[in-house]
Design a protein around this ligand. Sequence first.
Ligand code: CAA
Length: 260
Amino acid sequence: MAYENLLLDVSDMIATVTINRPKSLNALNRATVTELSAVLHEIALRDDVGVVLLTGAGEKAFVAGADITEMRDFSPVQALSFALFGQGVLEFMERMPQPVIGVINGYALGGGCELAMACDILVAADNARLGQPEVNLGIIPGYGGTQRLARLVGRNLAKELVLTGEMISAQRAYEIGIVNRVVPPADLMAAAREIASKILSKGPVAVKMAKMAMNRGLDLDLGNACALEANAFAVVFSTEDRGEGMAAFLEKRKASFRGR
Ligand code: CAA
């Protein structure tokens, strides 16, 4: 499928998705969120993708939020549809089999911060800034920001960010547990690829099942989450890779996984 608002590159089992509206700091309008949904669904079914890198075009922004030019004229009913649709796209990203690494190359604000928080791992440039500035516009986050941020950093820090609308640095986002790594801008893509390569060297089914158990489990009580984990644990024991991984360990050699 051809995309107008984003770029898709697939090589070496890595899909790089770049939100490509740099003139609007990659703001998410309806067309872009629709394409993001389509590309994630496409990738989810591709056997030649083991990890996704998600980033923004240009040097200034990952995503500066929902497109305010478009949102300005939303009726409450359109706002509801926009929020529900976007939330569904982010939920799908959490549920798709491949891990998604958010490559935060600049501003990640509003819907951009929410998109980042729905990624599995985040690497940020040291000049990136994150935040939920919706209250500055007289609105609130609509892509899960009032919920995921509190789950990530705790209720009070999340409230401070959402209620003041203040941006924080990548370093601060690292300190409070939003971001996994902070690197100079020139090293950003290499740092993300390094993590992707490590993941790609592991048992592919195990990686998918671990992502599923962790993302789904976080929404459950501990007992049901652990039951989910036990079932996923049993499923990976049905794979050839499990035999190879354990044999390689015992034979003191590198495992050669085949993803089945
Ligand atoms: N929507 C539409 N256009 C946007 C945009 C957005 N979210 N963010 C930036 N742009 C546009 C600007 O209007 C500007 O366009 P023009 O060149 O045509 O004037 C261009 O991108 C460059 O932006 P600035 O001139 O403002 O750049 P700056 O360096 O002075 O400031 C910024 C950068 C701090 C990120 C500032 O652009 C900004 O505050 N943007 C809005 C951030 C925001 O409020 N995001 C939340 C949106 S609401 C939301 O996301 C709801 C939700 O939960 C889903």
